[in-house]
Write a protein that binds this ligand. Structure first.
Ligand code: SAM
Length: 448
């Protein structure tokens, strides 16, 4: 949960005074909001065509709204007043909505946003050439379930801010959050007190929190080294708040994190296996989201012909999918993050899992190898699978189970897969990023 974009504030329903900065860059105009753009901002047209007919994006507006807004760029505007609210508007649950960059869509019901995401997905797939769209199974995770967060830290005039960046601006102190798991929100006030006393944070840093089965796992990155007194403060804090591990690294580096204190083993369960993940490990955003993704992947497996059959799993992380898969079939798992691979290897002992550390951008698993597997499972980072996708397209595995957090890349890859004779058999849409425009999907492609 991290979002940096354009500065924005929730528009008031009653008239607000001009911009807080006093800037009068452009006159206010009336706009009708007709839909939402890909990042969840309202897509609007001026009511008076002489104001220029082009569509503009207006954050925190909803379809059906008529708003008074001021242009901030050729296709951007900021709402100042909602003149007529759209029928889909709801009261945002969080008082920070519109300032904090964590949520973009709290002013719309979660039912509406799920339908909107499904519609975007289907429109994109149709445009990519899928003529026969299969049934879409949808799952939506609830509020207060987010178990992974990357929060910004600031020391400002003697106080500590822990929060999410407002759009394009400073972090907003997270005094309230309807997304985060309550166990994580409860940690924020004592963490502010702790950080106020430490030397570790000079001016700014970040905190990545993962809520594991063993408790919260904290990874700080900051602009100053922790002192000796800090280490004992963190150790006391870990005991007081039952935090198994607290790690740190210098901001802006990818150094192996230093363990400031560890009072107990860290643990997360994937399928039938406990894994000890490294600090800052990739995790699916919520437990419910993870379960839905795992179930969709397992369901998409083809019939397993015998004990020798194997699947190849690319971008395996610490094994979110590897262990559930290995309950059914042999798995060859590939991952580029060395610490994740170590965790995966340790937990794989005695199981039908072979793990390889591989930068799949530089050295993709080759087409021939992919083509000989019963299925290939792929869960690439947001930037997509790059060269690895080319090898998949050349290797033409019979079944490709594609987990995606970036619909644009999914649509692009769908075009290529259809051109190689694949069809789209099933789609699961997992809305695990509530109140944001993000879309997570599991798609099964197969060749006749
Ligand atoms: C979206 S995560 C999925 C991880 C895992 N499947 C899960 O669900 O927890 C993407 C994974 O790709 C890995 N990754 C990113 N770039 C990579 C690369 N060039 N080569 C191999 N792995 C990479 C990341 O370390 C991360 O574990």
């Amino acid at each position: 949960m991290r979002r940096k974009a354009e500065r924005g504030r929730r528009p008031a329903r009653s008239r607000q005074s001009a911009d807080a900065t006093g800037a009068e860059a452009s006159p206010s105009q009336l706009f009708d909001v007709t839909g939402l753009g890909g990042s969840g901002d309202g897509l609007a047209r001026p009511v008076d065509p002489s104001d220029g007919g082009d569509l503009v994006f207006i954050p925190f507006t909803a379809p059906g709204d008529r708003v008074l807004a001021r242009r901030t760029g050729h296709d951007r505007a900021v709402a100042e007043q909602i003149i007529v609210p759209g029928s889909e508007r709801v009261e945002p649950p969080c008082s920070l909505f519109g300032q904090c960059g964590g949520c973009a869509l709290q002013h719309l019901s979660t039912t509406w946003t799920l339908d909107w995401k499904k519609d975007r997905l289907l429109t994109g797939l149709r445009k990519a050439g899928v003529s026969d769209i299969p049934f879409v199974r949808t799952t939506q995770t609830g509020p207060y379930t987010r178990r992974r967060a990357e929060l910004a830290l600031r020391r400002k005039q003697g106080t500590i801010i822990i929060g999410l960046h407002q759009r394009g601006g400073d972090p907003v102190d997270l005094t309230e959050c309807h997304l985060l798991h309550p166990a994580l929100t409860a940690l924020l006030p004592p963490l502010r007190e702790l950080l106020a006393k430490t030397a570790l944070l000079k001016r700014e840093g970040d905190l990545l929190i993962n809520l594991l089965d063993s408790g919260p796992d904290l990874l700080f990155s900051s602009d100053a080294n922790p002192g000796t007194a800090d280490r004992s403060r963190f150790a006391t804090f870990a005991v007081q708040h039952a935090i198994p591990r607290i790690a740190w690294r210098r901001a802006g580096t990818i150094d192996v994190p230093e363990i400031l204190t560890q009072i107990a083993p860290t643990r997360i369960r994937f399928g039938d296996t406990d894994v000890e993940p490294p600090p800052g490990a990739f995790l699916q955003a919520s437990r419910d989201g993870e379960i839905a993704i795992q179930a969709a992947v397992i369901e998409a497996l083809p019939r397993i012909p015998g004990k020798k059959a194997r699947v190849i799993e690319l971008y395996a992380g610490c094994g979110t999918l590897t262990f559930p898969l290995a309950e059914h079939i042999r798995v060859e798992a590939f991952e580029g993050h060395a610490a994740a691979v170590r965790s995966l290897q340790q937990a794989s002992a005695g199981k039908r899992i072979a793990v390889t550390l591989r930068d799949l951008n530089r050295q993709p698993v080759e087409a021939r190898e992919l083509g000989s597997a019963l299925a290939v499972i792929i869960d690439p980072p947001h930037s997509g699978a790059g060269m690895q996708m080319t090898q998949i397209l050349d290797g033409k595995p019979g079944v490709l189970i594609y987990v995606s957090c970036n619909p644009k890349i999914l649509f692009r890859d769908t075009v290529s897969l259809l051109a190689k004779g694949y069809r789209l058999d099933s789609i699961a849409l997992i809305d695990q990023f509530l109140w944001s425009a993000e879309i997570e999907t599991v798609c099964r492609f197969s060749r006749k």
